[in-house]
Design a protein around this ligand. Sequence first.
Ligand code: AMP
Ligand code: GLY
Length: 428
Amino acid sequence: MLKGNKMRILVIGSGGREHALVWKLKQSKMLDKIFCAPGNAGIALDADCIDIAATDLKGLLDFAIKEKIDFTIVGPEVPLVQGIVDLFEANGKRIFGPNQKAAELEGSKAFAKRFMEKYEIPTADFTIFTDFNKARQFVNNHQGPMVVKADGLAAGKGAIVCPDKEKAVSALEQIMGQKVFGEAGNKVVIEECMTGEEISIFSLTDGEHLVHMLPSQDHKRISNDDKGPNTGGMGAYTPTPQIEPRLFQNIIDTIVEPTVKGMALEGRPYRGLLYTGIMLTPQGPKVLEYNCRFGDPETQAVLMLAESDLLEAMVATVEGRLGEIRWTNSNKAAVCVVIASGGYPGKYEKDRPIIGLDYTFEPGTYVFHAGTKNVGGVFKTNGGRVLNVVSVDETIKSAIDKVYRGVRKITFDCATYRTDIAKKALNY
Ligand code: AMP
Ligand code: GLY
């Protein structure tokens, strides 16, 4: 119906992921005008930002109706799990993302684990508990490392990797006792601890057809050599030389396709972007987690290499026509480095003026904003992860060199970043 028409688009979210999505969507031949809610200071250079929170579902719907938005794209998981897709569709508004029942793949780890068990999708062994004492007893009878996970959404912080049972009991106390993640901790999943490199796979699916983007790798820990606490992600790169074509096909055949088929069989057809987090274990690839949306910061790298029209593919996804889309990527490499506020992921300062954003970066280097604000024309820090610098080049090695030349042009008080992003890829 919308084919051939220029569209008014609304992107929901405010991070580096949404800035990269806006950047890519603006290249679409189908785009008329683009809005972002709430956006950030960098997104405001590329889209009309409107001050509506990503979780204000009613406010977003009212805006979409008033502004005659043709197509809405949801960045973060919270509104998806809250049912924004169901709300928009019930009001005749087109929206990209899984509905509430399908988003449960990310919204409940217990649901995702039982689903994988039922459809024989490889993942870590697990047990689910709703009773603290039973969970503690289980942990006390267990040797070696374990992973304790809050069932519900916890802003990416709900998985605690525990080297021994003492740490696991303390994780249970935090999650189930002190409720540090709130209601998300009413139930826990205790998992076998796996080892291996992590890979993120993004697939568009209309519930039947699939289109895969290039595999990427996130860097979750705050410090070099994967030391220190987990963060939202400190950098990413694509493609991943760890995954040769045969292994990629094996992951699609044994994990991603069975997931989409299984969700259809469950009466929860999945439509949108499926993010499958994989660990390459000595026993083969296994699922770490599903996310019901694009990853951050992987998107900032992955979309740089995507040649196809993302908006066209997203509309085809929503219309069940994804089989018509041929997705192509450039054969270059992309590396994204996150510049964060000192102290993150713990306490950090805000309102630090950012220097260097007016620099003319090399061709193939882009700066996507995350936690920034514009105060009277001055960009200031406004979050833990502040900026993403991304470079595209012929090889991972040359993209690494290029991205750090860009990173070094930007500074603010207490800025911090990892200096080893994508180095693992050079071992292959
Ligand atoms: P999740 O939120 O489930 O993706 O977990 C966050 C991070 O915790 C993952 O990216 C891994 O680094 C780590 N993790 C989660 N589950 C496991 C597991 N079963 N074994 C080892 N590490 C894990
Ligand atoms: N990069 C991890 C995530 O988006 O959940």
